[in-house]
Design a protein around this ligand. Structure first.
Ligand code: NDP
Length: 286
């Protein structure tokens, strides 16, 4: 039997509808929710991402500001701009679109963002909080994966979860989030010997490698839950994931497509983190 599709667009729609109510409640209390997005330079892909984030804010009533700075912006100017946003009571989330031009120190820039407004969850202390099981913002993509798994009621406790990829924005936080839900987690990397031996043992397989269609059906345990985080552009212009969808869907029990799987959840969780930040600032505890 072919796998059931886990529809990220449907989960995003459901989640955004709930957020919209919370945004309205904040506005009704005179505390409207605000996100600032800083973009440095004119990387076309970054511009598309930023425009999509601003548009998504508008759709659920979050006020957003897009701050465009030239590629040669001075470090001091950028840091001062972040400092001003940290102090702005109308802004609850601050996001600096990556990548940054090479003269800027990404770590320094991200760590200038107030922890209370770190809605991307990339501040080293936000990552530390996730590791320690303390409150803090979770990176949006792996957080979105957790929302999809919960929406489809995937049992996590005791499950064998395998995450392929160890980046700070996807693989590592994903593994920590699954561990926090009592999954038994294995992280695989490009150095892993006999990758298929690990993937075939997975009840839940999350793939975040940036290698188009590298996980094939023969690497998947029958009935497993497969989440494909990858977004790759093929020579013909089409998008595909890190999982070979057709062969994987023939074996898996549940699977996310690309596009329409994890992608829509990333921006949704940015909105969720921003609403949460605004509620915390207004002393509302959701
Ligand atoms: P990175 O390049 O930072 O990390 C890729 C990871 O995959 C590395 O840990 C690498 O291992 C591992 N890897 C690469 N090749 C193999 C292999 N052959 N076998 C096992 N492991 C391998 O990527 P990101 O984590 O930033 O992104 C991963 C994918 O997710 C990309 O396709 C990206 O476009 C997509 N993405 C999607 C988002 C969304 O919104 N849906 C958001 C963010 C990313 P090693 O550490 O040993 O090099």
């Amino acid at each position: 039997m072919p796998a059931t599709v886990m529809d990220g667009i449907a989960v995003a729609r459901h989640t955004r509808a709930q957020l919209e109510g919370r945004v309205e409640a904040l506005a009704a209390r005179g505390a409207p929710c605000g996100l600032a997005v800083i973009i440095v330079g004119d990387n076309p892909a970054s511009r598309v991402y930023v425009r999509n984030k601003v548009k998504a804010c508008g759709e659920i009533g979050i006020h957003s500001e897009m701050i465009e700075l030239p590629a040669d912006v001075a470090r001091e100017t950028l840091l001062a701009r972040i400092g001003a946003l940290n102090a702005d009571p109308g802004i609850h989330g601050i996001l600096v679109q990556l990548p940054l031009p090479r003269h800027l120190d990404v770590k320094e820039v991200l760590e200038t963002i107030s922890l209370l407004k770190d809605v991307d969850g990339f501040h080293v202390e936000s990552m530390g909080a996730l590791m320690a099981g303390l409150p803090g913002f979770w990176p949006c993509t792996p957080y979105g994966v957790m929302m999809i798994l919960d929406y489809y009621k995937v049992p996590l406790s005791g499950a064998n979860a395998v995450v392929i990829g160890r980046s700070n924005i996807v693989g590592k936080p994903q593994a920590l989030m699954l561990l926090a839900r009592d999954a038994t987690v294995t992280i695989c990397t490009s150095m892993t010997r006999d990758l298929a031996r690990h993937t075939r043992a997975a009840d839940i397989l999350v793939v975040a490698t940036g290698r188009a269609r590298m996980v094939t059906g023969d690497m998947i345990k029958p009935g497993a839950v497969v989440v494909d985080v990858g977004i790759n552009r093929l020579p013909d212009g089409k998008l595909c994931g890190d999982v070979d969808y057709d062969s994987a869907a023939a074996v898996a029990g549940l699977i996310t497509p690309v596009p329409g799987g994890v992608g829509p959840m990333t921006i949704t969780m940015l909105l969720a983190n921003t609403v949460h930040a605004a509620e915390s600032a207004a002393d509302i505890h959701a």
